[in-house]
Write a protein that binds this ligand. Structure first.
Ligand code: ADP
Length: 540
């Protein structure tokens, strides 16, 4: 027997309609390239988004066609987030920090017909725009202009009549957004989200044990809208009607801190590298900014070191929430909150938990696969994390590559090596290829990095495996010191003693000016390994 409930489809137009009905007066603020602020209301946003949907329809695109964006976090990008899927098309957000090679590969592989590009990024496509199959390139600009040979986004909207818009009846399983992995593991691969997956993920972000995003929040996503849909934060924020603050291309700590203070931001989200810089700026002058409104800073994308979580909390009264996810999981899958039981635990234990990646959101299931089957949830045994749920990919878009990551019984193999403790808290110990294998034992590079970054003189640290005749591999720490600070290799190694067995300590520490980053701000270990491929330890 079936339940007697309406067959209501979970789609993005429904979120747009809700925004129109309920939140017309709420504000969306956005930084222009010249740092000035663009302000408008949800009512303006809905009006322009409807025009975009109409205009795209009039271009003769067919249902399911892809529309790419290359843009910062701005109001125009937000219009595309809703206007493209509402027109029955698929939003393909592309990461401008990728190489030209990867950019043209993605536009070509996705089969994008239209590109919406930020005025500050148009040079990126000069080299290949004639080689890909784009029918139109529209430019997002502050003054509505477009460089020669390209079309103006404002003109596109101008030419559309809002009266021609009708809310479409889409199927919730229709594709809504296409995001490519950033290629840390081979060619970028596409994860194709459905309306349903985006809607359910938005619900999970709004849940209190998710990110708790609600109407009264002022939300500033630092995580770029070109990277896994800014963790879905713009979708969830629009669903609940939060005021949104879009930082544009101004992602330096001072600009962000100005935005936080001036717009009274209550919730923000981004990767650890950005927040390490924010923390350093705050430490430099703790009185300079009033962040008393900030309720939560969600940090993820790579491990948030315990020292950073403590630093924000103890020195600035700011609460960090650690989250984990991947392009293939739409992307947020686990979020770290303390359970009621852990609220009673000693502070040190609480911080240990808060540095874990957290427990799965509702409807996300997890398991860890070790060498001898699934690992027990004892917080000790390590295995590869597998996940399944209503916003987890079941295959990659238009390729067989990577199909071995999807198990026969319907789970996705994340490539992350984890422990799971009895309450379900996941702790990422490494990516499978980043573990250091020494004398038959595994050393977690993440544990070492986090501990080294806990030293007061250290700005950033990455640990990589160096081939070793006797031990197979040994760890090398590559460290960037904070400006004006000094520390020797011995200082850092003695800082680690006590927390690590002697055999787990790095054999050497190399000081560098910067650690190479991926297009999304994570340490690019692949390149670091390349840089140090002929490295010899002094004593070996
Ligand atoms: P990629 O880095 O492969 O381009 P993603 O941006 O989807 O793809 O990154 C997903 C990966 O980032 C995860 O598999 C995991 O290794 C890492 N990651 C994400 N969040 C965290 C976190 N909170 N702690 C540690 N690692 C994380």
């Amino acid at each position: 027997m079936k339940g007697l409930i309406q067959d209501y489809q979970l789609t993005l137009p429904a979120i747009l309609r809700r925004a129109e009905d309920l939140y017309g007066k709420k504000e969306i603020v956005s930084r222009n390239p010249d740092k000035s602020f663009h302000r408008y209301t949800y009512a303006d946003f809905v009006r322009r988004t409807k025009k975009l949907a109409v205009a795209l329809g009039e271009l003769g695109l067919e249902k399911g066609d892809r529309v790419a964006t290359l843009a910062w976090n701005t109001y125009q990008h937000l219009e595309a987030y809703f206007g493209v899927p509402t027109a029955g098309l698929v939003l393909n957000t592309v990461n401008p920090r990728l190489s030209q090679n990867d950019l043209s590969y993605i536009l070509d592989h996705a089969g994008d017909k239209v590109l919406l590009i930020d005025e500050t990024l148009v040079e990126l496509i000069d080299g290949f725009k004639d080689e890909v199959d784009l029918e139109h390139i529209f430019v997002f600009s502050a003054d509505g202009s477009a460089p020669e040979g390209l079309e103006s986004y404002e003109d596109l909207l101008e030419g559309a009549d809002e009266a021609d818009f009708e809310y479409p009846e889409l199927d919730e399983t229709d594709a809504a957004a296409l995001c490519y992995t950033s290629g840390t593991t081979g060619r970028p691969k596409g994860a194709l989200y459905s309306h349903r997956s985006v809607c359910l993920h938005s619900f999970a972000l709004a849940a209190a044990d998710g990110l708790g995003i609600r109407e009264r929040d002022v939300v500033l996503p630092v995580v770029p809208m070109f990277h896994v849909n800014a963790w879905g934060v713009p979708f969830a924020s629009t669903m609940v009607g939060a005021k949104q603050v879009m930082p544009g291309k101004h992602l330096d700590p001072e600009s962000l801190l100005e935005d936080y203070e001036q717009e009274r931001v209550t919730f923000t989200a981004g990767v650890p590298t950005v927040f390490l810089a924010v923390l350093q700026t705050l430490d430099g002058d703790p009185e300079a900014y009033d962040l008393s409104r900030m309720r939560s800073m969600a940090i993820g994308g790579s491990a948030a070191p315990e020292s950073m979580i403590r630093g924000f909390d103890e020195r600035h009264g700011l609460s960090v929430v650690h989250a984990w996810g991947m392009t293939e999981t739409d992307p947020v899958a686990t979020v770290c909150h303390l359970t009621g039981e852990l609220l009673e635990a000693p502070e040190d234990e609480q911080y240990k938990y808060r540095a874990k990646q957290g427990f799965p959101l509702p409807f996300i299931e997890i398991r860890g696969r070790g060498d001898e089957g699934f690992i027990p949830w004892d917080g000790e045994a390590m295995g590869e994390l597998e996940v399944r749920g209503p916003w987890v990919a079941n295959s990659y878009f238009n390729t067989e590559e990577g199909s071995d990551k999807f198990t026969e019984d319907g789970w996705f193999k994340t490539g992350d090596i984890v422990t799971i403790e009895p309450r379900g808290y996941v702790e990422i110990r490494d990516r499978d290829k980043d573990l250091v294998k020494s004398g038959g034992e595994w050393i977690s590079s993440v544990d070492l990095e986090n501990a080294i970054m806990g030293h007061e003189a250290v700005a950033e640290a990455a640990v990589i495996a160096i081939p070793h005749e006797k031990w197979d591999e040994r760890p090398l720490a590559v460290v960037v010191l904070k400006d004006g600070q000094e520390a020797t290799a011995e200082d850092l190694l003695s800082h680690l003693e006590g927390d690590f067995a002697k055999w787990q300590l790095p054999d050497a520490v190399e000081f560098v000016d910067e650690i190479p980053r991926t297009a999304t701000g994570k340490f690019l270990k692949m390149e670091l390994r390349e840089q140090f491929k002929d490295y010899q330890f002094a004593q070996s």
